[in-house]
Design a protein around this ligand. Structure first.
Ligand SMILES: [Zn+2]
Length: 361
């Protein structure tokens, strides 16, 4: 390709360094610079932080740099032919999960933004922006299918970590963001927040089918944010205690469950709302008796997926029915507590209480 044509160096170390400092894309393909401390070589326009001049040496091309023991930068792809900036742009997008603006991308491949936009679209049928969105959605779908907790999956897929990503991921995927919380759009949720022995405050939310969330916390405002993150598109209405018979009844039953009292009227109605995989995991948790613990591997075995321990752990981490779906009864195979969505001290406390007064459900 372009580098096969022999040419005389048209730069000196001093002019090359000036181009590197300026991140001058016009000199891409004319030389590469290599950094002793990282062992990496880059094109002049690379967006990476500038190294100390004393650690930099210059090579005619990537082959010469590799002979010198360096490897190509994964950020600027110095060996991509500069004669095909559109393909280079695509490779750059494929090589990163970070967001690249059109301007940034255009400067990396030394085209104007408008020019890159037109040529990229003509060749790949979509803008660089849409291309990035698609890739991000694919990553998120794959992670969710694997049973990863939605907060972790959205972050890993490149959506960032703010609570707004739930909204954005949801609208992009055409599903409600509470990780396949199917039908949550327009879903009527009533909730109340009460004092509880297991936490300062306890939010209990119900649908017409049953209890859909039991969230312990310290402040009412924080609990309302947590509920919104789980069901961002639902109609969430806070009900005064006692004003709704169904809610009041379920709150009382949840209290009995948490207190380890065997209900006289059967189990609490639950509205689990997860992926098929998550619901299988959560139902397996319901089978773990009070006073007993299981390992993640045992739960994976119980649902017939002995090799899906990580996905099982992800589903457990996304349980939104504290204590009622007893995810606190799952610990590591070596007996250590592992994590807990509402903090390890609470998990420790719950297990201690249950071991002290073992009562079978
Ligand atoms: Zn680089």
């Amino acid at each position: 390709m372009i580098m096969t044509m022999p040419f005389k160096a048209t730069w000196t170390p001093a002019s090359a360094w000036a181009a590197v400092v300026a991140r001058d894309p016009a000199l891409d393909g004319r030389f590469v610079f290599a950094v002793r401390t990282t062992g990496v070589y880059c094109r002049p326009s690379c967006s990476a932080r500038r190294p100390n001049r004393t650690n930099v040496s210059f090579f005619q091309d990537g082959a010469a740099a590799r002979d010198g023991g360096y490897r190509a930068c994964r950020r600027c792809h110095p060996d991509l032919p500069v004669s095909d900036p559109v393909a280079a742009a695509r490779r750059l997008l494929e090589g990163t999960e970070a967001r690249l603006t059109l301007d940034r991308l255009a400067s990396l491949v030394a085209l104007s933004a408008g020019h890159l936009q037109r040529r990229f679209k003509a060749r790949y049928g979509m803008s660089p922006r849409t291309f990035q969105d698609r890739r991000r959605q694919d990553r998120l779908r794959a992670a969710l299918r694997g049973g990863m907790a939605v907060s972790r999956a959205t972050y890993d897929a490149g959506y960032g970590s703010s609570s707004r990503v739930y909204e954005r991921a949801g609208s992009e995927l055409g599903m409600t963001p509470g990780q396949f919380a199917r039908g949550a759009k327009g879903l009527a949720i009533r909730y109340t927040i009460v004092d509880s022995p297991i936490a300062h405050r306890l939010l209990v939310a119900v649908t017409d089918r049953g209890v859909c969330a039991v969230l312990p916390g310290t402040t009412d405002a924080g609990l309302e944010v947590a509920l919104a993150a789980e069901f961002p598109k639902a109609d969430r209405v806070r009900i005064d205690r006692g004003a709704d018979a169904w809610l009041t009844n379920l709150v009382r039953r949840v209290g009995q469950e948490i207190g380890g009292k065997v209900g006289t009227t059967g189990p609490v109605s639950l509205d689990l709302r997860g992926t098929a995989f998550q619901e299988r995991v959560w139902r397996a948790l319901l089978e773990v008796p009070r006073g007993i613990t299981r390992s993640y591997a045992e739960i994976a075995g119980a649902i017939g997926k002995p090799r899906s321990v990580r996905a099982v752990a992800g589903a457990i981490a996304h349980n939104r029915l504290a204590v009622v779906v007893p995810c606190h009864r799952v610990i590591r195979g070596d007996g250590s507590l592992a994590g807990y969505r509402w903090g390890l001290p609470m998990k420790e406390r719950l297990l201690a209480v249950e071991r002290g007064s073992p009562r079978q459900r």
